[in-house]
Design a protein. Structure first.
Length: 164
């Protein structure tokens, strides 16, 4: 809230250079802000009494946007890549999928390994868990199991993340 939007009877005021000006009415604070050709901005609305500050609102908004942009630059987005397997996968196909997963993990992504069951494969779900276990074991030099193998509907999946 800025300027006339502030309707509180009593506020705690902070001056333009950061010093405490004490408790006063919102009207008096508004007069002080006008005299300095600045805006009265409510910075802590939940405090008792609310805290307001005399600042240049346009400059304040610009600074906040710049800080947010700077924070966004520094954060790293981790993608989750998916590798799909079937219960009757051949060893060479499994090795190819493993190499792909290894590349994803080394780039810093997480890998969701999904074992999909179709038709009659549904009857032998419990026998196929070893495929996911082997997959995790062979990638144990670069990856760690973040979320263990779990059955979800027609598929069994686990999540692998980079080893720290």
């Amino acid at each position: 809230m800025i300027n006339e939007q502030i309707r509180d009877k009593e506020i705690r005021l902070i001056g333009a250079d950061g010093e405490q000006l004490g408790l006063m009415s919102a009207k008096d604070a508004m007069k002080l802000a006008r005299e300095a050709n600045l805006d009265l901005v409510k910075i802590a609305p939940t405090a008792k009494p609310p805290v307001c500050k005399i600042i240049d609102y346009g400059k304040y908004r610009y600074e906040m946007a710049r800080r947010e942009k700077e924070a966004k630059k520094k954060q790293k987005v981790i993608e989750v890549k998916e590798v799909r397997l079937s219960p009757n996968i051949d060893t060479n196909d499994l090795n190819t999928k493993m190499n792909n997963a290894r590349k994803f993990i080394q780039k810093g992504n997480k890998v969701k390994v999904t074992l999909r069951f179709r038709g009659r494969e549904m009857a032998h779900m419990s026998n196929s868990k070893h495929i996911l276990d082997d997959f995790a074991e062979k990638l144990s030099d670069v990856a760690v199991v973040e979320k263990a193998a779990k059955l979800e509907g027609r598929s069994m999946s686990m999540v692998l993340a980079e080893k720290r």
